[in-house]
Every structure is written in C-alpha cells, then in structure tokens.
Ligand binder design. Structure first.
Ligand code: ZN
Ligand code: ZN
Length: 638
C-alpha cells in the first residue's frame, strides 16, 4: 500500500482524528515513509526530482487535508523526522507552491526547532500572505533569532506588505528574551508610525521589553498610555516590578487591578506573592493567600510553591508547612520549595527527613533539591554528611555539580574549621570560585585566626565585589588583632574608596500590612522621635546585661563617640524598636535588611531576644538570622 493509499484509507475511515487510533495509523505511516527514499531525497533536496511524481488524479482535497493534519501533528509532537518525510511527499504531490501548505510547513519546522528549513520553505514561496510572514517571524523569534526576525519585518515594510499587531508583538517578544533594547526602541518608533503603539498586544509586549531591560519608567509610560489592558498586560507589569525589585509598586498595581474588577490569573497572583516575599510582607502575603483560597488557586502547584517560598522568605516556616501539607498532589517543585524553605531556616534535620520522604513517595531529587540539602549540612558543619550527599548526587543520581553545590561544600568545610580542605576544594574547581565561596573561607579564617589564608581570600573578594565593605572590615579587624597597624590604615583607605559607590544600609519591617523603611540614622519617619527615645531605653537595659557597642565593626575615620552614635542608629536597630513599639506583645519581630547584618547589630539582637522574650528574625542578603533566647540560628557564622 503506497503512501497515498494510506492517506486515502485513513481519511476515508476518518479514524486519524480519533485519539489513540490516529497515533497508530500515524506510526504506521511514518514507518512506511521513513523507509522509502523520500526521506533521503529531502535531506539532499536535489534528489527530489529523481522521485517518481504521482499524477494529479492520485490525490484529492481529502488527501491534502490529511497531509495537513499529519503536519500539524508533527508540529505538536515535535516530530522533525516524520515531518520531513511528509514534506517529501508534499513535493511529490506538487503542493510546493500551495500557500496554506507552505504556512503549515513553516510552522512545523519552526515548532521542531528547525528554523533553517522553515526559512527555506519561506524563501521559496512565490507569493506570501500576511500569515506566512507572521509564521516565519514567529518561528525566528521562538528560536531566539530576533535580529533576523527584525530584518524580515523591515523587509516586509520595504516590500509594502501590510503587517499586523501580531507581527510587531512577536518580534518584541524576542527582544524581551534577549533584552535587545535598541531593537525594541526601533520597533516602538515603528509601531507609533503605524499607529499600533496603543494596541493591547503591541503595548503589552513593549512594556514587557522595557521592564526586562530595567527601564521601568518607560514601561510605566507605556502602561499608563494604554486605553485597554488585558490580564496579560497587568501581569506583565507586575512581573516587571518584581524583576526590578519594586515590590511596593507591584502590590499597589495589584490593588489597582483588584479595584478595576480585573479577573486575575495565576501569573499575576504569583508575581504578587513574589512581591510579598521580596518585601517579607507576611500580612499582605496572608491576605493574598486568603484571596487565592477563595478563588481556588491554592491547589495550583505553581501558586502553592510561590506561597511556600513566600512564607519561608517572610520567616514564617510553619505557614509554609501548612500550605505544603494542604496540597494533595505534590511534584518535585513543591517538595523543593518546602525543603529549600527549611534549609533557609537552618532546620537541617527536617530537611533530611523530607529528602527521604520525597523519595519514598517515588520522586527523584534534582539539582535544586541537592543545593538545599547540602546547604543544610553546611549550616550545621556536617562535613561527612555533606560529602555523603554530594557523592549520592554525582554517583547515584548522576547529576553534575554546579557552582551552588560546590559553594555549599566549601561552606560546610569552612564552618567545620577545615580551612585547608576548603581552600583545596576551591583551588581544584572546574570554574572560577564565586564570592560566596571566598566569603565562607574568609569568615572561617577569622574564626580560626588564619591571617595568611584570610589575605588570599580577601584579595579575591576585593576583585569580585569591590564595594562590599564587610570584606575590608573583616580583614582590617584581623590585622588589628595582629597589631599590623600599617595594614589597618591601608584597609581604611580601600574602604573609603569602596564607600563611594556603596549601597546605603536600610531595613524594613511590616506592621499592620504597611511596610516601614529605615535608613541609617533615619530622620524622616513620622514616629522617629518616639523610636529614638525607646531605642535609648533599650540600649540602657541591654548595657546592664553586658552589651557594649562594638565599634570595631565600624571603620569610619571618626571619633569613638561618633562611631558609637553611628552604630546605635543602624537601620535594623531602628526597625527592631519600631516592632517593639507597635507590634502585639508576643508577635515575632521580622526585619529585612539590604546588606549583611553587622556584628554589633547581631550581638544586639541576640541580647534583645533574651531580654524581651521575643523571637527576632532578621533576613539579610546572605541568610536568615533567627534570634531566640539569646542565641542565633546561624551559630554566629555568617
Ligand atoms: Zn549594624
Ligand atoms: Zn545570626
């Protein structure tokens, strides 16, 4: 039975459309076709002419539509080989010049990732309609060739082919993926000229590119100018805010969307949850959670994972657990979210238990899972356990360790005081060691008083992150402890230079769903007078317990009393006092900070947690510090 007979048989019986049966026929078909010379003929197109051409009476409209169906199926299942075989048959059927068939072929090649073949079909078309251009441009953009897509768009314009809003927005999508800003600006001008810039698809794509390139002002401008906005517009805008760490604006946007009665989707919700996580705005987050439960989004694994992550980042690991428990069908992403949350909170034992449970449920851990597990070992300095998991990952699960896995291993060794082993591992890495690895080594050298290696690590860090004052400070303290005053002076000079571009320290705290931000020595907060006076009281009480302002944590070249003053008014202390004043008596005080917490604030929080019997949770750039009863979960290593 020849190919066309198969077509005939299949289309007549109408069975190829039925689920399952279509597959059977299709398999038969592809098997048959692949074994013929047709496939070979396609790969070297010059051979096609050698094949025997069927006469036109051999096929009719039914055959043609069947071939189209097959091609669509190939596109859907990404079956390039079978698609090519089908293409060969099409050439034999003399359908090469058929517009619809060509469009379907371009689509099939594009979906199968074979953009060169798609282009060949496109270039050989004697006439193109808009659909062909759109499909070809879409194909190029999907395969990350936005420059070619843009060229094609310009060619379209030159040839006077009218283009649609889909043409522009699809090229814009490619620009967004690569942050191709100049191309985007060109397209924006193009869209304005064609009076399409306010079209909902074009404008949404435009604001998406601007947001991804970090130009939030331009993104907002486009958003504000839009007469109509779709749910995609709103979620793109919210995602843009989140990507650019403008969390408050993301939440404000969501409220606005809510007021306009917009039907929200999982992407918008997920962005808003990320914004809550970024702000560590637990109360807002809980409100979102309630909203999600009402609208039935909580069973969505995607949303549930965001919730687990949000609660963990807000310091509410119990709440994370609750969300996790409530999801019936858990996938790897969900397990990973929970395990990573626990690891972030240094609950190492639970991490290991969940790691086992996950496998009992028949799920295999992936590279993300292992990062959490290894980092949990690091928190406790469990060198042998860490090594065991590392071997398990590489030898049994055959996962290649990446920079995060090695980073955890270096951290584990450093914490356990195995400085030389850590240095050895860093030296043997298949790639350049990251700042966090050198940072772990430096911290360990401080604890164990190894100045020689500390210098090596610090010098690397000065190169990688020249504006991180913590590194200068640490090395300087070590020099001071060794009486090397010349070196201390040198560090001061370096620190001063790094200070120019240094980010200012700020902390924030959420009280009654409002986020309060404090800079060092804040003056503008409406309650600041009350806060300073309370902070003075707190200082007095803590000093009775032995707290001393640790001025060695400040390298500013100012007098001792000014140093004390600066340290006293570090932003996290102000945020803590705000919490003490305005949160309910037993509520834990959750503080976020944009830089690493300093040694003085760390000691302050430890004592304060004991004196006020309050849990204090500080999230700095590196980790969570959970202060309870005078101790910190980081074990004073951070
Ligand atoms: Zn501080
Ligand atoms: Zn700590």
């Amino acid at each position: 039975m020849g190919f066309l007979h198969v077509c005939h048989f299949a289309s007549n019986s109408g069975r190829y459309r039925e689920k399952g049966k279509g597959k059977r026929i299709f398999q038969f078909l592809s098997l048959r076709v692949c074994t013929t010379q047709f496939f070979a003929s396609l790969s070297s197109s010059s051979c096609i002419v050698e094949c025997e051409k069927p006469t036109t009476k051999d096929f009719n409209a039914t055959h043609v539509s069947f071939v189209h169906e097959i091609l669509k199926l190939c596109a859907k299942r990404k079956l390039l080989l079978q698609g090519k075989a089908c293409h060969a048959q099409i050439l034999l059927m003399g359908l090469k010049t058929d517009l619809l068939t060509s469009n379907i072929l371009i689509n099939m090649y594009s979906k199968c990732g074979s953009v060169d073949f798609a282009r060949q079909v496109f270039d050989e078309m004697p006439s193109r309609s808009l659909v062909s251009w759109n499909t070809m441009i879409g194909s190029l953009t999907q395969n990350g060739e936005e420059n070619e897509a843009l060229d094609l768009l310009l060619q379209m314009q030159r040839e006077g082919t009218p283009f649609s809003e889909f043409t522009i927005s699809s090229v814009l999508c490619a620009c967004a993926a690569k942050c191709a800003l100049s191309e985007c600006q060109l397209l924006h001008a193009f869209a304005i000229k064609a009076a399409m810039d306010l079209n909902v698809f074009v404008a949404t794509a435009l604001l998406d590119v601007y947001a991804k390139c970090g130009l939030m002002k331009d993104a907002v401008c486009v958003f504000e100018s839009m007469p109509d906005r779709s749910v995609v517009t709103w979620s793109s805008m919210a995602a843009g805010y989140v990507q650019n760490e403008m969390y408050e604006q993301a939440l404000a946007l969501f409220r606005k969307a809510w007021e306009t009665g917009l039907k929200h989707d999982q992407f918008l919700m997920s962005s808003v949850i990320c914004a809550c996580a970024g702000l560590a705005a637990m109360i807002e987050g809980k409100q979102m959670n309630a909203l999600l439960s009402k609208s039935g989004f909580c069973s969505n694994i995607f949303v549930a994972s965001s919730l687990i992550d949000m609660y963990a980042k807000c310091g509410g690991i119990e709440e994370s657990y609750k969300v996790f428990r409530d999801v019936e069908k858990r996938n790897v992403v969900l397990w990973n979210a929970m395990i990573s949350g626990l690891s972030r909170h240094a609950r190492s034992l639970e991490v290991m238990i969940l790691f086992e449970k996950m496998q009992q449920m028949g799920l295999s851990p992936n590279d993300v899972t292992f990062v959490s597990v290894l980092s949990a070992c690091g928190h406790m300095g469990l060198v042998r356990k860490g090594q065991k998991y590392f071997d398990l990952m590489t030898k049994e699960h055959h996962l290649a360790p990446n920079v995060f896995h090695y980073s955890c291993m270096v951290d584990t060794l450093s914490r356990a005081g195995q400085i030389f082993e850590a240095y050895d591992l860093i030296s043997k890495l298949p790639f350049n060691a990251s700042a966090s690895m050198w940072g772990s080594l430096l911290a360990s050298c401080r604890t164990h008083g190894n100045l020689e290696l500390a210098e090596v690590a610090a010098k690397k860090l000065f190169d990688i992150e020249p504006h991180n004052s913590g590194n200068y400070l640490l090395l300087s303290n070590m020099y001071a402890a060794n009486g090397k005053w010349d070196e201390v002076a040198k560090m001061r000079k370096l620190l001063k230079e790094s200070d120019v571009k240094k980010e200012r320290g700020k902390s924030w705290i959420e009280i009654k769903d409002k986020v309060h931000l404090f800079m060092v020595g804040e003056r503008n907060h409406p309650k600041i007078v009350e806060i300073y006076s309370k902070l003075n009281e707190v200082m007095d009480e803590l000093q009775k317990l032995g707290y001393k302002v640790e001025t060695q944590h400040d390298l500013h070249q100012v007098g001792e009393s000014i140093k004390q003053e600066l340290l006293r008014h570090h932003s996290e202390k102000l945020a803590f006092t705000m919490g003490l004043l305005f949160l309910p008596p037993n509520a834990p005080i959750r503080i976020m900070k944009n830089l690493r917490i300093c040694g003085d604030c760390h000691s302050f929080m430890k004592l304060a947690s004991k004196f006020f019997c309050r849990d204090v949770i500080v999230r700095d750039t590196n980790r969570f510090h959970h202060f309870k009863n005078g101790c910190c979960s980081c074990g004073d290593f951070w």
